[in-house]
Design a protein around this ligand. Structure first.
Ligand code: E4P
Length: 216
């Protein structure tokens, strides 16, 4: 499963990229606002840190506006992936952009039927939002399961990018189901390495090593 980080914070992206575990980055207007940075400037900087796709979301809600903004965004770097909302205008934009080789991430997906439409529009990625779906009394992981089944039924090449991930159980279940990618906040990704028995084991080994009086 590919790991994308869901942030526009440069230091977090650099730290995770240095581990070699990072396959891409996703941003959205809220994350750009949180970073306090200029949209085009911060996106360019992120694209220089990771080789994989960096999702940058259009702001326009109409097809013509989305196409105009996509033109600006895709000039930033070769690894920019245009993010469009799951609306008729978003799907129309997706079809037009992927038709000429641009990567497109269709976002804000909350139903398997929406995911089916995105695949038919040629989306490179579909982003079902697990956490927000859970928050509203639905089963976010069930959504990932349904999309996996449908995409496999028809051999759609669209990658399932599990988004709005809140904790390690979401990551584990997405991997079990076979989501192609997951995007999570830096703290969730860093938290995956933690285990109390790992820490305890290191502590024990260090204490015993000290008793040997040796050094390496
Ligand atoms: C994905 O691309 C979105 O930016 C993100 O996963 C949304 O997550 P949230 O529900 O935690 O805001």
């Amino acid at each position: 499963m590919k790991f994308f980080v869901d942030t526009a914070e440069i230091n977090d992206i650099k730290e995770l990229a240095a581990t070699g575990l990072l396959d891409g980055v996703t941003t959205n207007p809220s994350l750009i606002a949180k970073s306090g940075r200029d949209f085009l400037e911060v996106t360019k900087e992120i694209c220089g840190i990771v080789d994989g796709p960096v999702s940058a979301e259009v702001i326009a809600l109409d097809h013509e506006g989305m196409m105009r903004e996509a033109e600006i965004l895709r000039k930033i770097a070769d690894n920019v992936c245009i993010k469009v909302p799951l609306t008729i205008d978003g799907l129309k934009t997706c079809k037009a952009l992927t038709g000429d080789g641009t990567k497109v991430n269709v976002t804000l997906c909350f139903s398997a039927n929406q995911a089916l439409l995105a695949a038919k529009a040629g989306a490179s990625f579909i982003s079902p939002f697990i956490g927000r779906h859970d928050d509203n009394g639905f089963d976010g992981l069930e959504l990932i399961r349904d999309i996996r089944l449908i995409y496999d039924n028809y051999n759609y090449a669209t990658e399932i990018l599990a988004a709005s991930i809140r904790h390690g159980v979401h990551v584990l279940e997405c991997a079990r189901i076979g989501a192609d990618v997951m995007t999570a906040p830096p703290a969730v990704i860093k938290g995956l390495v933690k285990h109390v028995l790992t820490d305890k084991g290191i502590e024990g080994f260090m204490a015993d090593w000290a008793k040997t009086g040796q050094s390496l």
